[in-house]
Design a protein around this ligand. Sequence first.
Ligand code: NDP
Length: 339
Amino acid sequence: MTKVFITGASGFIAQHIIKLLLARNYEIIGTVRTKAKGELLRSCLSPTDKFTYEIVSDIAEPGAFDHALKKNPGITYVFHAASPCFFETTDPEHDILIPAIRGTENILSAIVKYQPEVQRVVLTSSDAAIYSNEDEINSKLSFNESNWNNTKYEDALNDGITAYYCAKALAEKYAWEFMLKNIPSFGLVAINPVYVFGPQAYGVPENLNASNELFTKLLNLGPDEKFDNEMGGFIDVRDIASAHVFAIDSKEAVGRRLLVSNGQYSAQMILDIINKHFPQLNLPKGNEGTGEYDTMNLARVNNSATRKLLNRRFNSLENIVVDTVSQLLDSRKNSKAHL
Ligand code: NDP
């Protein structure tokens, strides 16, 4: 029986990874912050008996994962998905930088101490580790898997967005440096997703995760309301979950950073798709058809190395939007939130 450990199991992306792992009949140990979250997640899974949870209320605490890893011998694969994934805070250092970085330090040191049989660690990093929030919107720049966001810790203390980008970069840098310094027996793979959108694996929570919040914002617009034309890279959560599983299957993935993106979106492009498929919602039209042109203001992203390695056709923005909105509308209709 293959045993897998996943941190932040109640999270949006982690739940999709768990879904794929359960389909393989793996035994899964997930960390959650509270018993209530663990029980709720367990009640949604099938088969339930393949999933147990350990409570790690704060990944930043010294030795946060020691107890959970000591207690569950024989783990083969570890996914580290827990990390603050939001921008709004009055204390970016405490709420974002410290947990992202210490969480990564804690999981890696606990594996080395208590789980000698681990073969692969998959770190959920981010495109934020590749470029800074400022560079992402500089159309003169171009990025690929080899680039790094070099924002300094002390320059990231005052603003949540800069802190998030910097935290993801420093956490991932720490992981690669850890590998060089300790030469552990496991291989490391970093997954660097752009904005991850898509339906929930196990029912719609009251508050959507940070990236999917865009859908809530757009669906709540009045017909003549103005909206912020947010933009960035996009990818389907189901493609991201598959990339994580690929990272444990593929020897070629070891030592690599997978910049998983299927192109760039703007809120206008998403609105156009919603208006095409769900005209009854009567959302604003904005400047219909111009969204793709807007994304020319973003830096170019070349992830051909990742695409070649994954050898997978990613889900289109249209499919992502239709699946996500359909699920949200269904859940509103039934007002039956699970997680
Ligand atoms: P979620 O917020 O849904 O998941 C994050 C998980 O981490 C939650 O289970 C959360 O628990 C847990 N967590 C956060 N901080 C702590 C902490 N201090 N102690 C213990 N647990 C903690 O976000 P996603 O699923 O979207 O993100 C998962 C990973 O993917 C993160 O590493 C994120 O940076 C990365 N990522 C996400 C992208 C996206 O667009 N969604 C894009 C690129 C990377 P709780 O909910 O109980 O607070």
